[in-house]
Structures are given as structure tokens and as C-alpha cells.
Design a protein around this ligand. Structure first.
Ligand code: NAP
Length: 253
């Protein structure tokens, strides 16, 4: 059994707590949160604390706290011969400042507290300086997922930027699409099969081959008409993406 302490109670921590509690290969020893109120709901299931001095003995301490807090918080941890990991896509391993061994345990998915996820298919990106810690993190990852990848800090940063494009930016574009539909009383659900097919198609075609639409075809009249429908912010985004597509496919507007 791998003994784990989770630090944090937010979107990711709450999912990790749930998964580790289900696994018979992991002993979730304790959950820490600076604000104890947010973890009171766990008090009958697992030890909880808001005091760093009361942290229990474990093999791995998982910092699932805001990126900005990781360096300062890790300085306060005095855990010799233990493994302390953060869960951030964007932060280098060396942002951890504790005396202990350091690592990263980054599940590549979008987590919201009250939205269930199927953890077994989520890629978990691990990193550590010591081989023994890589083996331990691999064991931990494989107890909750079938997908575990060794990814160094430089690769993970690029992976994270990539994830911002394919998830955060795409989701913002959904929001804009929804706003445009609302203005004409069109239900957003009309677009759901298109969204689904777009995401499914790139599982069998490279994104460069899957592109369609006015920018790819260089349909300039349609593009002008679209621009006339949009507000200034939407026009900026439309023009930026249209230019990127036409440049990619070698046509000038
Ligand atoms: N959410 C995702 O989709 C996702 C995916 C992969 C990786 N991650 C990574 O997971 C980590 C947590 O993200 P999240 O989305 O779960 O964040 P979140 O929901 O905003 O939760 C933030 C957590 O950090 C704690 N915290 C904030 N500042 C702190 C400080 N100065 N000292 C101690 N604790 C502090 C909060 O404690 P309080 O409750 O007391 O405020 C809370 O437990 C980040 O490193 C993020 O990059 C997130």
C-alpha cells in the first residue's frame, strides 16, 4: 500500500481524494487544507488537518494547491526522505522547495469539483529526479489510471500550453458561439453534434487534414458577411483565427 497525504481541497484534490479512497492499493492517510471548513465533509472517512505540524507520516505528499502557492507552501514542509509532488502542468519540478525528494504528478484533464470524470483513461504525467521515485509515482498513477507517461518539466510546459489551446481556448470559443446563438434565440444544442464530430474526427485524421470552413476555402465574401454580424471583440478573434488558418493553408485574404 502506498501511503498518501493530499494537500488541498479544490477541483483536482477532491477528485484525487475520491479516486484514492476507491483504490485498494492506496492508503489515503490524511487530507490537509489551510481552511479546515472545506474538508469537514471528510472527517468521518479520513484524518483531516489545517496544521502543517500535524501532517502524518506517508510515502507521498501531493500538493494539489494553486500554482502560485506551491513554492512558498513547499518551503514549510520538513519531510526528510519523503516524496513531495505538485500536480501542475505549467510549473517546473524545481518550484518545489522542500528538503524532501521532489516530483510531479500531473493528470492531464480538466477537473471541476462537482463534475464526475472517468479517471482510468486520464493520462498522468510523472516526473522525479530519483529513479526510485519514478517507480513509486508510476505505481501510484497505475492504481487509478491505465495511462502513465514520463514527461520532463520542459515537455510538460509545452503540453500545458497545448492543453490551453485545445481546451481553454476552444471552450471560450464555445462560449462565444453560445452568445451569438442566444442573440437570435437559437438553442446552443443545435451545435452539439458538430462539436462532437469535430472532437471525434481528429482521433482518426490529423487536425491539419480535418480543417474545413470559409477560411480554409478562402471564401472571402462569406467571411466579410460574418464579420458584419459580430461585435468588436468577436471580430478580433474571428480575424486572428481566420488569418492563422489562411496562413497555414497558404492563401492570402
Ligand atoms: N482543475 C484542473 O483542471 C487541473 C488539472 C490538472 C492540474 N491542476 C493543478 O492542480 C492544482 C490545483 O488546482 P485546482 O484547479 O484544484 O485549484 P482550486 O480548485 O482553485 O483549489 C485551490 C486549492 O489551493 C489551496 N490554496 C490556495 N492558495 C493557498 C495557499 N497560499 N496556501 C495553501 N493552500 C492554498 C486552496 O485552499 P482553500 O480551500 O483554503 O482556499 C484550495 O485547496 C494546480 O497546481 C493546478 O495547476 C488542475
Amino acid at each position: 500500500m502506498i501511503k498518501v497525504v493530499i494537500i488541498g481541497s479544490g477541483n483536482l484534490a477532491s477528485h484525487l481524494i475520491h479516486e484514492f479512497q476507491k483504490s485498494n492499493r492506496i492508503h489515503l492517510v490524511q487530507v490537509y487544507n489551510r481552511n479546515i471548513d472545506k474538508i469537514q465533509y471528510l472527517k468521518n472517512q479520513v484524518a483531516i488537518t489545517s496544521k502543517i505540524a500535524d501532517l502524518k507520516d506517508a510515502d507521498i505528499y501531493i500538493l494539489a494547491i494553486s500554482d502560485n502557492a506551491i513554492s512558498e507552501f513547499s518551503k514549510k514542509l520538513v519531510l526528510k526522505n519523503k516524496l513531495v509532488v505538485h500536480t501542475s502542468g505549467g510549473l517546473h519540478l524545481n518550484n518545489l522547495k522542500s528538503d524532501s525528494d521532489k516530483g510531479v504528478f500531473y493528470p492531464l484533464q480538466t477537473f471541476s469539483k462537482n463534475k464526475k470524470v472517468e479517471f482510468s483513461s486520464i493520462p498522468i504525467c510523472i516526473e522525479a529526479n530519483e529513479q526510485k521515485d519514478i517507480i513509486l509515482l508510476e505505481k501510484l498513477a497505475k492504481s487509478i489510471s491505465t495511462k502513465c507517461y514520463s514527461i520532463n518539466s520542459k515537455q510538460r510546459k509545452s503540453l500545458h500550453v497545448s492543453a490551453v489551446f485545445v481546451n481553454n481556448f476552444v471552450n471560450h470559443l464555445y462560449h462565444i458561439g453560445n452568445e451569438i446563438c442566444k442573440e437570435q434565440n437559437i438553442p446552443f444544442e443545435l451545435l452539439l453534434p458538430l462539436i462532437e464530430e469535430t472532437a471525434t474526427k481528429i482521433q482518426s485524421l490529423p487536425p491539419i487534414d480535418a480543417q474545413t470552413g470559409p477560411a480554409k476555402r478562402n471564401d472571402t465574401k462569406t467571411i466579410e458577411e460574418h464579420l458584419a454580424l459580430l461585435n468588436a471583440n468577436q471580430q478580433n478573434i474571428y480575424k486572428l483565427l481566420t488569418n492563422s488558418i489562411t496562413t497555414t493553408y497558404g492563401k492570402k485574404l
